[in-house]
Design a protein around this ligand. Structure first.
Ligand code: PFF
Length: 464
């Protein structure tokens, strides 16, 4: 085990460990509170098919490319991009993709840790039966009271960031890999338990129907174009792309790892976890006559009503929030890593100090983000125009919008253009072990389909 890069660059200790860390990064809040709702609301299994196509055409090639560039560079994301460009006689300015990726990671982690804090807080609340017998008004009030209290949120945000830093400080194999090897099976086990509980005690058929019914008509109602853009956008976010994460994870990879096969496995597991999350959530909602919603409202307001009313609600509720916390934690460690790797290589500080510096800096921005729910609620960084409306963006929303809607797609676009147009194609062909028809398809996707898809998502978001 090497936690000190100064002697040698770290490596994953096993393929399965790397796989679990990568799946852990992918399976996060996006998979648990966004994907199931999107699926149910946009055509069920018809949407799942659209999503799988989106992943195949955009997520898959970008994921493979990020690992490839990281593995070739064996350095922090900025240096890896620079090396890839320079080795192909192109401008070193491509390193900007790495710098912006690290900046995006920094911005995303700051507000993600605040939500991770909510999740920890709710694990405790569920454990002490704080939701017992409550209705929607009452659970809504608990959530609002938390949002109005900066001290409470700061404490939980600190705890979540502390856990993240503690794991990352341990190093790549002894910290991230080991923690993922514990948390991912735990996550799978909890998910299986809740789905099993639902199958026995809840209206499982109705939940499964909402999630899986092949409903083209629903997709048409929402708008096929809109659904497609949402699926493409999510394919990007859910695989943790454009955030320097996978470039950094790739830099710890050995040559003998098959990038294409591993990417396929990560994607399959991400989809399995996301669909299982839907089967853990919707049967509980429908059995308790509640309407599904998306995002924080679903998890922090609607589900607690059900936990407070059903038998074994304390157990299932606590396990659910523990599941959410684990999912968030295996994502947050992955996004702190590129920041730490960068500091480790650019400064003489030890890994532990780099982790401390990275975590404290992101934590501080996170505190500003959480103040936008209370003390700074009137302060807008900028205003966006969506569906004919002006929507002011407080610090929390501005961090989210700028990183996920603007930086990630642009970084992804740059990455795919670099691999398709500027890097020696023979070397890519050899490294990926592709030939014949498969190589032709790869080239068409990477040179044309993926860039056009990313530009379309970006413009839809910006102009929509
Ligand atoms: N794939 C992750 C998710 O769906 O939540 C994306 C992510 C977000 C990774 C935030 C890491 C992170 F800190």
């Amino acid at each position: 085990m090497s936690t000190n890069h100064k002697s040698s660059h770290s490596q994953w200790s096993s393929k399965i460990g790397f796989l679990m860390a990568a799946v852990g990064s992918a399976v996060g809040l996006g998979s648990i509170w966004k994907f199931p709702y999107m699926t149910g609301d946009s055509g069920g299994s018809a949407f799942v098919i659209v999503f799988i196509i989106s992943i195949a055409l955009i997520g898959f090639p970008v994921l493979v490319t990020e690992w490839l560039i990281g593995r070739r560079g064996q350095s922090n994301p900025a240096a890896s991009f620079r090396k890839a460009a320079v080795a192909n006689n192109t401008s070193p300015a491509w390193s900007l993709l790495g710098y912006f990726g690290i900046l995006a990671a920094f911005m995303i982690l700051s507000f993600y840790s605040v939500i991770g804090g909510w999740s920890l807080n709710y694990t405790l609340k569920a454990g002490i039966n704080a939701f017992g017998g409550l209705n929607a008004d009452a659970t809504g009030k608990i959530f609002e009271t938390m949002l109005a209290n900066p001290t409470e949120m700061t404490l939980w945000h600190t705890a979540f960031m502390g856990l993240t830093a503690l794991i990352v400080a341990g190093g790549v194999s002894a910290g991230i890999e080991k923690a993922s090897k514990i948390m991912m099976p735990a996550l799978a086990f909890i998910l299986l338990f809740i789905v099993g509980y639902n199958a026995i005690n809840m209206d499982f058929a109705k939940g499964a129907e909402f999630l899986f019914k092949f409903d083209l008509q629903r997709m048409q109602e929402v708008g096929v174009g809109k659904v497609l853009m949402a699926a493409l956008g999510h394919a990007f976010f859910c695989l943790s792309l454009g955030m320097a994460i996978m470039v950094s994870y790739g830099s710890y990879l050995k040559q003998d790892v098959d990038l294409l096969a591993t990417a396929r496995t990560v994607i399959i597991w991400d989809i399995i976890f996301s669909l299982a999350a839907g089967l853990a959530i919707f049967p509980i909602l429908f059995s308790n006559h509640l309407d599904p919603a998306a995002g924080p409202g679903l998890v922090f307001v609607t589900l607690p009503i059900a936990f407070g009313q059903m038998s074994l609600g304390v157990v299932v509720g606590t396990l659910f929030f523990l599941l959410l916390t684990f999912a968030a934690l295996t994502s947050s460690i992955s996004i702190l890593e590129p920041i730490v790797e960068f500091l480790e290589e650019k400064t003489p500080m030890s890994r532990k100090i780099c982790t401390l510096v990275g975590a404290v800096a992101t934590w501080a921005v996170g505190v500003l983000a959480l103040l936008s729910f209370n003390k700074l609620s009137d302060f807008a960084v900028f205003t966006i125009h969506k569906n004919g409306k002006d929507i002011p963006q407080g610090i929390f929303d501005a961090l989210d919008y700028t990183s996920s809607k603007i930086m990630l797609p642009l970084i992804g676009l740059g990455t795919i253009i670099l691999i398709g147009w500027f890097i020696n194609q023979e070397s890519v062909k050899r490294e990926l072990g592709l030939d014949g028809m498969k190589w032709t398809i790869w080239q068409i996707v990477v040179k044309f389909v993926a860039p056009i898809g990313i530009i379309a998502v970006f413009l839809t978001e910006l102009l929509g």
